[in-house]
Design a protein around this ligand. Structure first.
Ligand code: PLP
Length: 489
């Protein structure tokens, strides 16, 4: 017998059907375009290249080598099978002691030993996604709000709000000062929430930033810490990209700021500070769902631990990670090599964009660039940005993320990921961008850096076009709209 199908949403809870997941948002169009037509170098060379996914795939050879050399930590091997029974039975919610110690040590290592983490304060969750929800659940009631500096990771709209009923209030940051989080911007957002009768429970930051790929400097971190301290609200620091910092300046985590307290004139209330971490980016293991809440507040830690039974990390995964991260030689080598490869990929990508006059926000971390395409907008509005985005997906066949999906205050910025593909796919992506820029006569228009840069771009142009076997777009030089006219006369 076939059961009748029903679209009656009243059969489900309001929360389950309130679209808080955001899946219907137009932002998913890019993902659909990729899913329907994924690029493959031989079977689908015209397909869409995925540049909207912040995955770190550059060091899997190192991981594979370690796994082969250390089969005892994989319990489904002859060398590891004797541990199978213990690992497969119930373990307590605190997690394996060896796992918590290894994670705490890894977090210290990533911060250059300048901050200490107590393994007993590590609370597990299903990735940073679960960690954020856990923290929001512990800190806020439905209707309460967190302030979030823009642009921000779009997943926050789902992770923090959907099942908790918490609201997010943007702290509007601007490109003119590299999207710096200022005290003025924090105060404005706080005031706006108060005027709207919204109770502010905290501030959430990502450091290094997703989507900017920048790190917060000491002065900014101190200023944010002082702000929450004075208002008696929480600070949640998402530091899941901590080990992706591939160039100077070094990463400074909030824990370092709290530990230097004695030298400062301010006494921080540690109960207000919480770190969210995961291995999804730094090790490149999003599939393992290893998330961590490190709270300085005992009540949050205890409540979080009770909740973590809803999103425990599988003991099999804990066991493997414990073995891998307690291998100090491996960790040292992995971090150094990962930084080197990320730096090289970032350089390759930004240099090639620069040659066609496309600029990026100066960044030294993350798995993506914040690319400035404002000059290519037909109109400087969100509609203009979405129109350009659709062209990039449908014609250039690249899935990138428009800044509006990250609540950017300025239309025309795009987050473009560079570490989720091999070198050949990256070269193909670059080739498509160059072709698009030249075929549409955008050299110089894209730059916006004035005639000198335009002339430099033009200098590279004929060589690039020869490489790409594209006829030289003569009208480009003569176009009255193009800044190149100035450069050539
Ligand atoms: C800033 C930020 N926080 C949290 C997450 C979610 O991470 P996880 O895969 O560990 O749940 C992401 C994923 O991209 C992210 O960029």
């Amino acid at each position: 017998m076939e059961w009748p199908k029903s679209n009656d949403h009243s059969l489900l809870s309001k929360m389950a059907t309130n679209d808080g997941h955001g899946e219907k948002s137009r932002i998913f169009d890019g993902w659909k375009a990729y899913d329907n037509d994924p690029y493959h170098p031989t079977t689908n060379p015209q397909g869409v290249i995925q540049m909207g996914l912040a995955e770190n795939q550059l060091c899997f050879d190192l991981i594979e080598e370690w796994i082969k050399k250390n089969p005892k930590w994989s319990i489904c091997t002859a060398e590891g099978a004797s541990e199978f029974k213990d690992i497969a039975l119930y373990q307590d919610y605190h997690g394996l002691p060896a796992f918590r110690s290894a994670i705490a040590k890894f977090m210290e290592k990533v911060r250059g030993g300048r901050a200490k983490f107590n393994p007993d304060r590590i609370v597990m969750s299903g990735g940073a996604t679960g960690a954020h929800e856990l923290v929001a659940f512990c800190l806020a009631d439905p209707g309460d709000a967190f302030l979030v500096p823009t642009p921000y990771y779009p997943g926050f709209d789902r992770d923090l709000r959907w099942r908790t009923g918490v609201q997010l209030v943007p702290v509007v940051c601007y490109g003119k000062n590299d999207f710096k989080i200022t005290r003025v911007a924090l105060e404005e957002a706080y005031k706006k929430a108060q005027e709207d009768n919204i109770r502010v429970k905290g501030v959430i930051i990502t450091n290094p930033s997703n989507p900017l790929g920048t790190v917060l400097d000491r002065e900014t971190l101190r200023s944010i810490a002082k702000f929450v301290n004075e208002k008696n609200i929480h600070l949640v620091c998402d530091e899941i990209f901590a080990a992706t910092v591939f160039n100077q300046p070094d990463f400074i985590g909030i824990s370092e700021i709290l530990e230097e307290e004695e030298e400062e004139d301010v006494q921080y209330n540690l109960d207000l500070f919480h770190v969210v971490y995961s291995l999804s980016k730094d090790l490149g293991f999003p599939g393992f769902r290893v998330g961590v809440v490190y709270s300085y507040n005992d009540d949050v830690m205890n409540c979080g631990r009770k909740m973590s039974s809803f999103g425990l990390v599988s003991t099999q995964t804990q066991y493997l990670i414990a073995g891998m991260l307690s291998d100090e030689v491996f960790v040292e080598n992995f971090l150094a090599e990962s930084h080197r490869r990320l730096a090289a990929r970032h350089k390759f990508f930004t240099k090639d964009l620069d040659e066609v006059g496309i600029g990026c926000l100066n960044s030294n971390a993350g798995l993506y660039c914040w690319v400035d395409l404002r000059r290519l907008l037909k109109e400087a509005t969100v509609a203009g940005e979405i129109a350009l985005w659709r062209t990039i997906i449908n014609e250039v066949k690249l899935n990138v993320s428009p800044g509006s999906s990250c609540h950017s205050s300025e239309p025309g910025w795009f987050r473009v990921c560079f570490a989720n593909m091999d070198d050949e796919t990256m070269k193909e992506a670059i080739k498509r961008i160059r072709k698009f820029v030249f075929e549409n006569r955008l050299v110089g228009v894209a730059s916006g850096k004035g005639p000198a840069v335009a002339a430099k771009s033009l200098g590279c142009a004929s060589k690039l076009l020869r490489d790409l076997k594209i006829p030289y777009p003569r009208q480009c030089i003569m176009s009255p709209q193009s800044p190149l006219v100035q450069a050539t006369t």
